[in-house]
Design a protein around this ligand. Structure first.
Ligand SMILES: [Zn+2]
Length: 256
């Protein structure tokens, strides 16, 4: 059994065949998928999907690179949706900072204020947060320290030393199938996978993105095993052992 700690079944890529995708994951032993809505539309869709399938649990936030260009009304609507559906949401997020896509200082300022607004919301609701931090891991980590929330850094690809510090503070680091594309021979990937402490490690696919299979466009939760296998190989552990520990971590982290 394994858990996919972050995916987007609510995206249009799965509109036609979400049922088959969920079934394939369940047959592959994926006992739970944490599905993430990042706009009012995808949040509503995620809530529909988690209503239909026991193995799917929703989280809801606002995709950081989109935040600076969103009308205030959409941000307010997202906050309202999270509040209204709080008892059906395992976490607030993804939320965070993205310095890869957002370069303009004014846009970065807006992105940060949206991030802080959602951190306050999570604190108020007593929910954990799913962090999207791209080329901004350190800033996101520092920002977090002003809030009493537990966080998971989704699709973590930052410095190995920072991953250790994140876990030391009681947060989680989620490794995605993107590491399978580079593979176990890449020294940076190996170092990161070696260093992330098992007690704070989660695994995810971020489906439909980050397919571990070269040339295959759409990723899906059944592929979460590929990152479990890579972690097991790098850490010299059994595949089942990595699956068990990361599943327990996911259940401990999420509210549902
Ligand atoms: Zn995502």
């Amino acid at each position: 059994m394994v858990v996919d700690a972050h995916c987007h079944l609510c995206f249009k890529h799965f509109r036609r065949d979400v049922e088959n995708v969920v079934r394939r994951a369940e047959e592959a032993g994926v006992e739970r998928m944490y599905d993430c809505g990042v706009t009012p539309e995808t949040i509503r869709r995620s809530l529909e999907i988690s209503e239909r399938f026991d193995s799917v649990v929703s989280t809801a936030g606002l995709h950081p690179p989109r935040a600076p260009r969103m009308p205030d009304g959409v941000i307010d609507e997202t906050v309202r949706l999270v509040r209204e559906n709080a008892d059906r949401l395992a976490a607030v997020g993804e939320i965070g900072l993205d310095y890869h896509y957002i370069k303009d200082p004014e846009e970065r300022r807006v992105m940060r204020s949206v991030f802080e607004r959602f951190l306050e919301l999570a604190e108020d609701l007593g929910k954990p947060v799913v962090i999207h931090a791209r080329e901004a891991e350190k800033d996101a980590f520092v920002t977090l320290t002003s809030y009493s929330v537990v966080a998971m850094f989704h699709c973590y690809d930052g410095p190995a030393g920072l991953a250790e510090a994140i876990v030391e503070e009681g947060h989680y680091v989620s490794l995605s199938t993107i590491h399978c594309i580079r593979g176990g021979r890449d020294p940076g990937t190996r170092k990161l996978l070696e260093k992330v402490p098992l007690e704070g490690m989660l695994v995810e696919t971020d489906s439909p993105y980050l397919s571990p299979v070269k040339g295959k466009r759409r990723n899906e939760p059944a592929n979460v095993w590929r990152i479990v296998e890579l972690v097991a190989e790098v850490k010299g552990m059994g595949v089942e052992e990595v699956a068990d520990v990361t599943s327990e971590n996911a259940v401990a982290f999420y509210d549902l």
